[in-house]
Design a binder for this molecule. Structure first.
Ligand code: OSB
Ligand code: MG
Length: 384
């Protein structure tokens, strides 16, 4: 494979309005704030990555502004001018800067895209080269849809019916304390046979175990991250009391965290967000652990723009990603995304990997400029 040499890197903060606000246990959001990384090689190849981030530290500890700071002050100077022979030669270059996984993941994603394009490969086939032998890209990813907290039970059932009609074969509902058993009951009553799961985004405490055990009656595919974002131990305790499989999202920030979660019985399904674990190289290490342990795996989303969505679909097309991923069609999120072509849902609830090399989608410069302008005019921070 041909190496790349990094000539320059530009960061873009954008604001892109959602078609409808998205509400989770930590609040409602009306716009996507995204941080994009545009990398240019000395050969003139352009790679794009997305930091998969939000504008406040509710899901993770980073924000679009902290990620921009860490990248521009520390990580970019460490990589500009460097030659990279293989994508996973990148992490050691920024290893001395701790944490800040979403920031480093966006930069690493741009490296992967540039590397794949330099070598005339789709990103999905590039990932497959570093996956275990025989793990070739399937060219498409099974997906579901994540439904935010709605104003009422009737609205929730109506939204579920709408998404089913659009063709989604797996429904995930956001829950929080006080918005759980009744929601699951209402949706199950309306739809007895669908693949249904719940995501609490860390809203519950260990003493809520009895409440969570009531959810066992609804034949759920899994319950995602009920307890604290930094608490693997109590998920292990909780799993002993639940029939329903626990899925971890927030708590697994590295391959090591996953090994610990497996050891203490805290995990029966993994939601892998490549950004949360610091990028696709760590994601490939985690992928191997899932294969070795027969741990069911799917790829999570952070309502990304087309840049992040394309990379995640490319990873989700690997064969050990064996449950539907949280990567929905473009029209689930935006009126017009920053990239073309849009992702459309196939009747079998899959998204196709784009055809082109690298991430396979093209940034639309006019829309990028508009979205950057929108951020400048609507930046909600008091300090910068
Ligand atoms: O917990 O999976 C989550 C979005 C933002 C932050 C956290 C989560 C989510 C989602 C959205 O569930 C999934 C998607 O991108 O469609
Ligand atoms: Mg989640």
């Amino acid at each position: 494979m041909k190496p790349i040499t990094i000539k320059s890197i530009e960061l873009h903060t954008v604001l892109l309005p959602y078609l409808a606000p998205f509400e989770t246990s930590f609040g409602a959001e009306t716009d996507k704030v995204a941080l994009l990384v545009e990398l240019t090689t000395t050969a003139g190849v352009r790679g794009w990555g997305e930091c998969s981030i939000e504008f406040w530290p509710g899901y993770g500890q980073e924000t679009s502004v902290t990620a921009r700071h860490i990248l521009s002050e520390f990580m970019l100077p460490a990589v500009i001018g460097q030659t990279i022979a293989a994508p996973c030669d990148f992490p050691p270059l920024v290893h001395r800067f701790r944490g800040n996984h979403h920031a480093r993941a966006g930069l690493e994603a741009a490296v992967w895209d540039a590397f794949a394009k330099t070598n005339d490969l789709r990103l999905t086939d590039c990932f497959a080269r570093y996956a275990p032998p025989g793990h070739n890209s399937q060219g498409r990813a099974a997906v579901g849809v994540s439904i935010g907290i709605q104003p009422s039970l009737a609205d929730t059932v109506a939204m579920v019916n709408r998404r089913l009609k659009e063709g989604y074969g797996r429904i995930k509902l956001k829950i929080k304390r006080g918005w759980d058993v009744e929601v699951a009951r209402a949706v199950r009553a309306a739809q007895p046979d669908i693949l249904l799961m719940l995501d609490a985004n860390s809203d519950y405490r260990p003493e809520d175990a009895e409440r969570l055990a009531q959810l066992d009656q609804f034949d759920l595919l899994m319950i995602e991250q009920p307890l604290s974002h930094d608490d693997i131990f109590h998920h292990g305790q909780l799993q002993k009391r639940l029939k329903t499989r626990l899925c971890l999202d927030e708590s697994v920030k590295s391959a090591s965290d996953l090994q610990i979660a497996l050891q203490v019985g805290a995990i029966r399904v993994l939601n892998l967000k490549p950004a949360r674990v610091g990028g696709f190289c760590e994601s490939l290490a985690i992928y191997r652990i899932c294969v070795e342990n027969d741990l069911p795996l799917w790829i999570g989303g952070m309502l990304e723009t087309g840049v992040g969505r394309a990379a995640n679909v490319s990873f989700a097309a690997l064969p050990a990603v064996n449950l539907p991923s949280d990567i929905s069609a473009t029209d689930r999120y935006f009126a017009a995304d920053l990239t073309e072509p849009p992702f459309t849902l196939a009747p079998d609830s899959t998204l196709a990997v784009p055809d082109g090399y690298g991430i396979g989608v093209e940034i639309q410069p006019d829309r990028l400029a508009d979205a950057k302008q929108r951020w400048r005019e609507n930046n909600p921070y008091r300090d910068g």
